[in-house]
Design a protein around this ligand. Structure first.
Ligand code: NAD
Ligand code: DAU
Length: 354
């Protein structure tokens, strides 16, 4: 039994990889282009497993993808590789369309050719699982009901537009060609191995360095937070028991305004790293993100009622574990703070108005 997983050197893909190696007997072929966001150190213990085979490859490289499918004959693919950061998509949208839309198209075509030639029963059992985001549904007002699987798409950023484009391709490849696809749309993840361009790891590392904690706008934008291990469990459940052609929302039932998240992080840091206390003194309001979505919230009742999934980690315990992990893993932190990372901080923050 062999699974292909793309984006395994990134935040969520590496978690899926580590879980699959630790909790199953499957062979995992992991594919990653090792962009600025990909780090082989995130493989953790999976790096040493004889059941993990890493292919350093770009999902847009069609001959390479064909060769990987031919060689390993996977039973399914979990597709997580993407450009994932909204702020970067505002500075440079083309790479997002290229990887998220063209990359997904490439994988769909290669998977379709492969799937068509599979003998039964392997053909019926094959799955193409596409990992997407709640951002494709747009922005909610405070009183709107949470996003459902049937909510109309209304992407607002270049990132979410590119993810929406890839979602539509996946839908069409099922509807037109019959490819057995699965799709999940998940809310904001947090946890270990999260690249420090995103809110939670950026705040933790800035606070440890005594640097400003840059809160966009009024700090009242709301996100629904899910611990990454819970997301990985949901993806595995959908892979095994989801119905082809269906989409499933995944969420944390943990809506928080950004300023609440930052205040909670500061309190945890005051306790675990008292040298810098009170960390709240570092909070700095900065110019808002253009087109900043106000609120995301996910209704995951379909996943709960059909497949029995619920998040296991509470936001407070998950956040504490996350801070602890960053304190305990300075080597990983040092390895991702490359020249590219410093360049990004300068581009996104240093020339920003207060
Ligand atoms: P990430 O940026 O941490 O990791 C993405 C990985 O994809 C990196 O390892 C990168 O090297 C790799 N990659 C990028 N372009 C590639 C290419 N052309 N070919 C091969 N590999 C390439 O992202 P993440 O936060 O782990 O997100 C993973 C997936 O989950 C994405 O599809 C994202 O849209 C989706 N998602 C993320 C969240 C979240 O909160 N982070 C929530 C919902 C959905
Ligand atoms: O909702 C799922 C999405 O969550 C994923 O699809 C994306 O890949 C992932 O990056 C994430 O997108 P967000 O834009 O919500 O995440 P980010 O961590 O960039 O920002 C979270 C909130 O914090 C958002 O309202 C912007 C704000 N923010 C972010 C940064 C980096 C700040 O106030 N200051 C910051 O420095």
């Amino acid at each position: 039994m062999t699974l292909l997983v793309t984006g395994t050197a990134g935040f969520i893909g590496s978690c899926v990889l580590r879980q699959l190696i630790a909790e199953t007997q499957e062979t995992i072929i992991s594919i990653d282009a090792l962009t600025y966001a990909g780090n082989p150190l995130s493989f953790g213990d999976a790096a040493k497993s004889p059941r993990h085979h890493f292919e350093h490859a770009d999902i847009r490289d069609e001959p390479r993808m064909q060769a990987i499918f031919e060689r390993y004959q996977p039973r399914a693919i979990l597709h997580l590789a993407a450009e994932s950061h909204v702020d970067r998509s505002i500075h440079g949208p083309a790479e997002f369309v290229s990887t998220n839309v063209i990359g997904t198209l490439t994988l769909l075509q290669v998977a379709l050719d492969y799937w068509r030639k599979l003998p039964e029963p392997r053909k019926s059992a094959f799955r193409f699982q596409h990992i997407s985001t709640d951002e494709v549904f747009g922005s909610l007002s405070p009183s709107d009901p949470a996003f459902e699987e049937t909510t109309a798409y209304a992407p607002n950023s270049p990132y979410s537009a590119s993810k929406a484009g890839s979602d539509h391709l996946v839908r069409a490849w099922h509807h037109t060609y019959g490819l057995p696809t699965l799709m999940t749309n998940c809310s904001n993840n947090y946890g270990p191995y999260h690249f420090p361009e995103k809110l939670i790891p950026l705040m933790i590392l800035n606070a440890l360095d005594g640097k400003p904690l840059p809160v966009y706008g009024d700090g009242l934008n709301v996100r629904d937070w899910l611990y990454v291990e819970d997301h990985a469990r949901a993806l595995r459940l959908v892979l095994e028991r989801g119905t082809p052609g269906e989409t499933y929302n995944v969420g944390g039932a943990a809506e928080r305004a950004n300023i609440e998240v930052v205040n909670t992080l500061c309190s945890i840091l005051d306790e675990l790293h008292p040298q810098g206390a009170p960390h709240e003194r570092l909070i700095t309001y900065v110019k808002d993100r253009p087109g900043h979505d106000r609120r995301y919230a996910i209704n995951f009742s379909k996943l709960e009622s059909e497949l029995g999934w619920r998040p296991q980690e509470s936001f407070e315990t998950g956040l504490r574990k996350t801070v602890r992990w960053y304190l305990d893993n300075p080597d990983w932190v040092a390895s991702v703070r490359s020249g590219d990372y410093r360049h990004w901080l300068e581009k996104n923050y240093e020339k920003r108005d207060a």
